[in-house]
Design a binder for this molecule. Structure first.
Ligand code: HEM
Length: 329
């Protein structure tokens, strides 16, 4: 699966690398800048469009918490009353017209902004990988940069081949995501660990998971590529015209001693899943392009009662997202 993804990305990169100025421009700046530079180099820079997960659809709904959530965290999100939520389903890559069914569109994303009763906001940005290919922002930059110089004419083994050989979690992670029959029939994972803090100050590390009430369902790769280019967007629009779409918001709770800093390492499957509530999506946002542009999500935007863990990917993501916001202004 990733081989195909690497090949396509490398072909795009190969074409762009014909312009030496682009390669030079990609060298400077912070890790976050270099990461977004590499994304722009792989997939092109498109005005007003996200550097990654460029194609998507914004929808609206509400979240109703469970008492179990309120017992785990004092966050106002879990205080009892339903709150409005804006969500965006997306395809991977910075290609704004990527066909929904191609392998490179995996993993698909689900991001959300909760509009809290006190006027604050909480963001969660999840995708359909079971765990991440690399553990740090530096490694993610290195992977993307390796892809930019691994076009069809690159000497074998390419930089991407070498990176993948040295990081076995890359192939394993990408193999954990495939094309769903519907955005509404995919499980999305938070991947990074966060920490619940309850009213008494007790701390409980966890990872978010969003489970489709309709059940997860996937398409065989050979059939996925034959789907219409916008089939996931069209299917969701038609589904929502008939009925709401629901997800259970779950939290996988760490056992004492489980590590929280490495997003390439899932916790054992027997860890308790807490049921935090239901997201009910009712409609597609009216002016979708404007709604997508206005939606700026930060993986560390969490209220009192939820804290970031020692996972370095969270801060790496925040810094890269902010660079992307600036470029899509
Ligand atoms: C170091 C690791 C990562 C980097 C550098 C990175 C970078 C980015 C960037 C630059 C964007 C575009 C932001 C914007 O303009 O709004 C983005 C979007 C996105 N990323 Fe990441 N990402 C990383 C890891 C992850 C992980 C672990 C997940 C899932 C758990 C994820 C899921 C998404 C999703 C779903 C979007 C689309 C957000 C939206 O709908 O607005 N990313 N990422």
């Amino acid at each position: 699966m990733l081989n195909h993804r690497v090949r396509v990305a490398a072909m795009v990169a190969g074409a762009l690398l014909a312009a030496p100025a682009v390669a030079a421009w990609a060298q400077g700046g912070t890790t976050a800048t270099q990461t977004v530079d590499a994304m722009n180099q792989l997939w092109g820079r498109h005005p007003g469009i996200r550097a990654n997960h460029a194609k998507g659809i914004v929808v609206e709904g509400s979240f109703t918490p469970t008492p179990e959530a309120a017992a785990l965290s004092k966050a106002s999100l879990f205080a009892g009353k339903p709150v409005p939520v804006t969500l965006r389903f997306s395809d991977s890559t910075g290609l704004p017209a990527i066909p929904d069914g191609v392998d490179d569109a995996n993993p698909h994303g689900l991001s959300m902004k909760f509009h809290l009763a006190d006027g604050g906001e909480m963001d969660v940005v999840a995708n359909s990988l079971a765990f991440f290919p690399v553990a740090t922002g530096e490694e993610f930059r290195d992977l993307l940069q390796a892809l930019t110089v691994s076009g069809p004419d690159a000497a074998k083994p390419t930089k991407a081949d070498q990176f993948i050989a040295a990081h076995p979690s890359v192939l394993k992670a990408f193999a954990s995501a495939s094309t769903p029959t519907s955005y509404a029939r995919e499980t999305y994972n938070g991947i990074d660990a966060f920490i619940f803090v309850d009213a008494a100050g007790k701390r409980q590390p966890f990872r978010f998971q969003f489970v489709p009430v309709a059940g997860a369902e996937h398409i065989a790769p050979a059939d996925a590529a034959k789907q219409a280019p916008d089939f996931l967007q069209d299917e969701l629009t038609q589904r929502l015209a008939k009925q709401p779409v629901a997800f259970r918001m779950m939290a996988q709770l760490a056992n004492p001693g489980d590590q929280t800093k490495d997003p390439t390492q899932p916790w054992p499957g027997d860890r308790r899943m807490a049921d935090l509530g239901t997201i009910t999506i009712t409609k597609v946002a009216p002016d979708n392009a404007a709604a997508a542009q206005a939606l700026r999500l930060l993986p560390n935007r969490v209220p009192a009662g939820i804290e970031v863990s020692d996972d370095p990917l969270i801060s790496a993501r925040v810094q890269a997202y902010v660079i992307s916001f600036g470029r899509r202004n």
